[in-house]
Design a protein around this ligand. Structure first.
Ligand code: SF4
Length: 330
């Protein structure tokens, strides 16, 4: 009988769940996953996943009616067990309404709806904490994702040759580093630059690309022009990715691309930093207000945003140079 995983949290959380998926697949065979429509294409090509079931919880499947409809479908599949790495009422209720006989998740919140609640480790990287649900099985670590040859072709059409990728966006405003354009101008003296992101990042991408123009080096604003998997394929081709503490950090990890990650209102100790040796996390040490929230507020509550403003372009540039990203990557 099949195994279901319900993970409808943010995109980065879904990527960080992939080692758990492969551990569960080692135990029970490839798993079915309920996830967001945004994250679904990333899991469709994952070898631990049998079927992806998109759940548009804030759109077409929203509300009580949408949940009941999906629960009926899941019940019809006759799953033996469900793993619930995301602590939320919606997740707990969905597995409960689907009458899945074994429902395993983390203690706290709505875990009285589970049949088995396990303590979630308070420390360590999130990928490792999630493995507490894996019954001792080990998964493919760190996270890995696969793009298709078509995704790679779409990415290759945008730029040839070596480049450094920049992911300047974040849905949390206080996590956005404000100096990407200055960094890009400096990078442009050495290497081509590609900006990755969604439709909301197009304007920011244009500003960054404009800053590279005086150097004469290629600069491409890929924001909003690629699917998520194509973006992952593009990140795979980059010498390195520079990013905030946001989903592209985890995409780069999963595609094996070196990372320089910039942490402002959050800190790596929260469990969402780089996991590979050699990757770099930068942040301002000794700033008393850090971290000010687990996700990063929309704006700096103190108004000065020192955690990001004082992270300098030379420091970030040196980290990129230290990764060897200004040399050609074979
Ligand atoms: S309060 Fe401190 S950590 Fe939070 S956004 Fe402002 S400067 Fe950054």
């Amino acid at each position: 009988m099949a195994t279901l995983v319900i993970q409808t949290a943010f995109l980065g959380d879904v990527v960080l769940t992939t080692p758990l998926l492969s551990a569960l697949a080692a135990l029970h065979g490839p798993v079915d996953v309920v996830t967001t429509p945004v994250a679904a294409p990333l899991l469709e090509t994952h070898p631990a996943v049998r079927t992806v079931i998109p759940y548009d919880k804030r759109g077409t499947d929203g509300g009580w009616g949408g949940m009941r409809t999906l629960a009926r479908r899941l019940k019809g599949e006759g799953y033996a067990r469900a793993y619930l790495p995301h602590r939320s009422l919606r997740t707990a209720a969905l597995a409960f309404l689907a009458r899945i006989p074994t429902r395993i998740g983390f203690a706290g919140g709505w875990s009285f709806l589970y049949t088995e609640a396990r303590p979630k480790p308070r420390t360590g990287h999130e990928t490792v904490r999630l493995m507490a649900l894996a019954d001792g099985a080990s998964g493919v670590y760190p996270p890995q994702l696969r793009a298709t040859p078509e995704d790679a072709e779409a990415a290759a059409r945008l730029i040839e040759g070596p480049f450094v990728a920049i992911a300047p966006g974040s849905i949390w405003g206080s996590k956005r580093w404000p100096h990407y354009a200055q960094l890009a101008a400096q990078l442009g003296e050495h290497v081509a630059v590609v900006v990755v992101g969604g439709k909301d990042d197009v304007e920011l991408g244009d500003q960054i690309v404009s800053a590279v123009e005086p150097s004469g080096r290629p600069a491409v604003n890929a924001c909003g022009r690629l699917t998520l998997r194509e973006s992952a394929a593009l990140i795979w081709r980059a010498n390195a990715l520079v990013t905030n503490d946001s989903a592209p950090l985890h995409l780069a990890t999963a595609m094996g691309t070196p990372v320089v990650a910039l942490f402002g209102p959050t800190v790596t100790e929260l469990g969402f930093g780089p996991v590979r040796a050699g990757d770099v996390a930068l942040g301002i040490d000794g700033l008393q207000c850090r971290p000010c929230s687990s996700h990063g507020p929309p704006r700096c509550p103190l108004g000065h945003h020192r955690c990001m403003r004082e992270l300098t372009v030379p420091a970030v540039f040196a980290a990129i140079e230290g990764l060897g990203a200004l040399r050609r990557r074979d």
